[in-house]
Write a protein that binds this ligand. Structure first.
Ligand code: GAP
Length: 456
């Protein structure tokens, strides 16, 4: 586990996981692009999530709703009124801060409520000592206009959460599928929040992805399903290679609950910049379905097929940030170890990302010992045949030692080296990322050998 974010940020840029966005124009504050390895890792996480929670379960179906929805959705959900942060400006340096963050930094629990002037603990700008303005609330939704005319009637919003898509499509899912009860609707998608203080790499950005489930239950059973989802989330966190001592489960105090929630539990990860939210689990009651039913005039109920009882389901909502999943996976995977060099008896520091094998950007690296054509030909054809089953990197540059270290640094679980003996004995050397142990494996057995390793 890493104690400094800088090392990870630099590795991510150097190796093509995550780059600053629009860098040729000087970047764009707190916006990050996923590079060739980052997009693989992120997609692997999303695929693992979808497989686990949608495809391997009979009680959850997926949707993919639009980012720009009818603006009435946000009026009904309460986001237009309540999705706000308290904000103060420095009158001198013009910097902008979240009032609650300023208080938290001083170890004071924020109780901002209807407060208009900053409390006495927070009268000075933490950057320049200048005077702060009174507290204003600031809506986090990005506004836009739909169509060519920019007036009140064309205002729309980029969705700040994926959840509302699942609520407004509730009836269509019920009408078009054979889901039983209880059941869930799942979605992975981009969300947008005009955060006042984004930062800490991909931890808090203005554009990010959420993986989310709205799980519909009977009111009297909400506690049972809350508990079940807590366990599911713990198992998911373990599947990212995150250990129990790297995060805590924290019940949110009543006065900090979102406007729709009766109970929320945060899964807080020990980031290098402090313990902060990784995921959330909320009991949203029947707030959203009831409100949408009232405002749309549609009946948003479930009818028990046996008893014909009609009721508005209550909702348990487990939520996973995709980018925070990537960040926590990388932080937990990062290891620095002493390892032997090519020189007899000498060691140096090896950086290795021990990313869970099923999530690693490349599963196998195929490396010819030298660039000699006779080796290249068989190595390239071996790489091509493995590509049908595994995510494969082919690399022929630099010494074999350096190539192993590069693969360690990008988290590749297995390196397959083709050497001159391979031409005669038809065997290759397979090196394990974590143990650095090497096995000699017959080429015609290699696929089965690797499959066994990945399924172990
Ligand atoms: N529907 C509930 C909901 O959206 P949330 O806690 O506001 O809950 C869900 O957001 C998840 O999205 C969080 O647990 C976190 O992982 C991630 N998240 C929230 N704001 C983020 C931001 N500005 N940048 C990156 N990820 C964010």
């Amino acid at each position: 586990m890493l104690d400094s974010l800088d090392k990870l940020v630099s590795l991510c840029k150097r190796r093509g996981f995550i780059f600053p966005s629009s860098e040729i124009y000087g970047g764009f504050a707190n916006a990050w692009d996923y590079g060739p390895l980052g997009v693989e890792l992120k997609n692997n996480i999303k695929h693992a999530w979808w497989k686990r929670f949608v495809q391997e379960r009979g009680d959850i179906v997926g949707i993919d709703a639009t980012v720009i929805m009818n603006p009435k959705v946000w009026q009904t959900s309460g986001h237009l009124e309540n999705f706000t942060d308290p904000l103060v400006d420095c009158k001198k340096c013009k910097r902008r801060f979240r009032a609650d963050h300023l208080l938290e930094a001083k170890g004071i629990k924020p109780e901002l409520g209807a407060m208009k002037t900053p409390p006495k603990e927070m009268t000075e700008c933490p950057e320049c000592g200048g005077e702060l303005t009174s507290v204003r609330t600031f809506n986090l939704m990005f506004k836009t206009f739909v169509g060519p005319v920019e007036d009140e009637s064309t205002i729309a919003y980029l969705r700040p959460e994926t959840a509302q898509g699942m609520f407004v499509d509730f009836k269509q899912v019920l009408d078009s599928t054979r889901v039983g009860f209880p059941f869930g609707i799942a979605q992975i998608g981009r969300s947008f929040r005009n955060e006042i203080t984004p930062g800490n790499f991909i931890f808090r950005t203005r554009e990010f992805e959420i993986m989310e489930i709205e799980y519909f239950v009977r009111e009297k059973e909400w506690k049972k399903y809350f508990e079940q989802w807590r366990k599911e989330m713990e198992e998911w966190i373990a599947s990212l290679g995150i250990t129990k001592n790297e995060y805590q489960e924290v019940d949110m105090p009543k006065d900090e609950l979102a406007h729709y929630s009766k109970r929320t539990m945060d899964f807080e990860y020990e980031y290098p910049f402090g313990r902060k939210e990784l995921y959330g689990l909320a009991y949203r009651t029947d707030f959203d379905l009831k409100r949408h039913a009232e405002m749309s005039g549609q009946e948003l109920t479930y009818t028990d097929p046996v008893t014909n009882e009609k009721f508005v389901p209550h909702v348990i909502e487990p939520t996973w940030g995709v980018d925070r999943s990537v960040l926590a996976t990388l932080l937990s995977a990062y290891h620095e170890e002493q390892a032997p060099t090519a020189e007899q008896g000498e060691t140096d520091t090896r950086v290795v990302l021990k990313i869970p094998k099923h999530l690693a950007p490349y599963q196998v690296a195929v490396l010819p010992l030298s660039k000699k054509e006779e080796l290249q030909v068989i190595t390239k054809s071996l790489a091509d045949s493995l590509r049908k089953k595994f995510r494969v990197d082919y690399d022929e540059t630099q010494s074999i030692g350096r190539r192993y270290r590069r693969q360690d640094e990008i988290g590749t679980p297995y390196c397959v080296t083709v050497d001159f003996d391979s031409l005669n004995d038809k065997k290759v050397t397979v090196r394990d990322r974590d143990t650095m142990k090497q096995d000699r494996v017959a080429i015609d057995q290699l696929g089965t050998y690797l499959e066994k390793k990945f399924n172990a």
